[in-house]
Ligand binder design. Structure first.
Ligand code: HEC
Ligand code: HEC
Ligand code: HEC
Ligand code: HEC
Length: 171
C-alpha cells in the first residue's frame, strides 16, 4: 500500500505533474478553480463546518441560482423541478464521490446517467477492509473457566408476600 502510494508520487513527479494538478473527475475538483478553492463550498477549508450541508447548498444556489433558474421545461423528467420541492443539491450532486440520482430511490427514470460526474469514484464503504476471519483470529479463545456458561449466578428467591387471611383458599 505504502509502496503503491510512493511509486504513484514518484511517477507523478517524473511526469512533471504536481499533486495539486493530478485532478480527479468529481464535482469538488471541477469547482476548485471556479471560485475560491475548497472555500467555494466549505466555510473552513478542509473541514466540514455544518453536518446538515446547508452551508454547502447555500453556496451552490448562490452561484447557480437555485431551482427556479435550473428548471428546464424541455425535459420530460426534470430533476430540478419535482414534487420534492426545494431539496438539497447534494441529495444528488456529491462533492467528492459518485453522484446519486435520488429520484430513483423510488422511481426508475433513465436520466440518472446524464448527471454530471457520473463516472466519479464511488466512496469505499466504511467496512470495505473488514476481515471477519482475520479479526476473529486476533482475539485468543476465552478459557473454559471464564466463559459465561461456567459462571453460576445465584438466583434470588422469589418474594411472595403472605396472602391476607380473607384471600386464602378455604381449608
Ligand atoms: C463543489 C463543492 C465542493 C468543493 C469545491 C469542495 N468540497 Fe468538500 N465537500 C463537498 C460536499 C457536498 C461534501 C459532503 C460529502 C460529499 O458529497 O462528498 C463535502 C465533504 C468534504 C469533507 C468531509 C469528508 C467527506 O468526504 O465526506 C471533507 C474533509 C472535504 N469535503 C474537504 C474538501 C477539501 C479539502 C476541498 C478542497 C480541496 C473541498 N472539500 C472542496 C463539496 C465540496
Ligand atoms: C463559485 C460559484 C459556484 C459554486 C459555489 C458552485 N458552482 Fe457549480 N459551477 C460553477 C461554474 C462557473 C460552473 C461551470 C459552468 C459552465 O461551464 O457553464 C459550474 C458547473 C457545475 C455543474 C456542471 C458541470 C458540467 O459538467 O457541466 C454542476 C453539476 C454544478 N456546477 C453543481 C454544483 C453544485 C451541486 C454545487 C454545490 C455543491 C455547486 N455547483 C457550487 C460555479 C459554482
Ligand atoms: C434529484 C437529483 C438532482 C438534484 C437534487 C439536483 N440536480 Fe442538478 N442535475 C441532476 C441531473 C440528473 C442532471 C443532468 C440533467 C440532464 O442533463 O438531463 C443535473 C445537471 C445539473 C447541472 C448541469 C446543467 C444542467 O442544468 O443540466 C447543474 C449546473 C446542476 N445540475 C446544478 C444543480 C444545483 C445547483 C442543484 C441544487 C439547487 C441541483 N443541481 C440539484 C440531478 C439533480
Ligand atoms: C420517496 C419516494 C420518491 C422520491 C424520492 C421521488 N418520488 Fe416522484 N413520486 C413518488 C410517488 C409516491 C409518486 C406518486 C406515484 C403515482 O401517483 O403513481 C410520484 C410521482 C412522480 C411523478 C408523476 C408520476 C409519474 O411517475 O410520472 C413524477 C414525474 C415524479 N414523481 C418525479 C420525481 C422526480 C423528478 C424525483 C426526483 C427529483 C422524484 N419523483 C422523487 C415518490 C417519490
Amino acid at each position: 500500500m505504502k509502496f503503491a502510494v510512493l511509486s504513484g508520487l514518484i511517477l507523478a513527479c517524473l511526469a512533471n505533474v504536481s499533486i495539486a494538478e493530478a485532478k480527479v473527475n468529481d464535482l469538488a475538483s471541477f469547482h476548485n478553480d471556479k471560485g475560491n478553492g475548497c472555500k467555494t463550498c466549505h466555510k473552513v477549508a478542509g473541514k466540514v463546518a455544518d453536518d446538515s450541508e446547508s452551508y454547502i447548498n447555500q453556496q451552490c444556489k448562490s452561484c447557480h441560482g437555485g431551482y427556479d433558474k435550473l428548471k428546464n421545461p424541455q425535459l420530460a423528467i426534470d430533476p430540478h423541478n419535482s414534487h420534492l420541492g426545494d431539496i438539497n443539491c447534494t441529495s444528488c450532486h456529491k462533492g467528492h464521490e459518485k453522484p446519486v440520482f435520488y429520484c430513483n430511490e423510488c422511481h426508475s427514470f433513465d436520466i440518472g446517467a446524464k448527471i454530471p460526474f457520473a463516472d466519479a469514484k464511488a466512496k469505499e464503504p466504511w467496512d470495505a477492509k473488514w476481515d471477519q476471519e482475520k479479526s476473529s483470529k486476533l482475539s485468543p479463545p476465552v478459557p473454559k473457566s471464564r466463559r459465561m456458561s461456567s459462571l453460576s449466578v445465584p438466583v434470588a428467591p422469589a418474594i411472595t408476600p403472605p396472602l391476607p387471611p380473607n384471600k386464602r383458599a378455604p381449608k
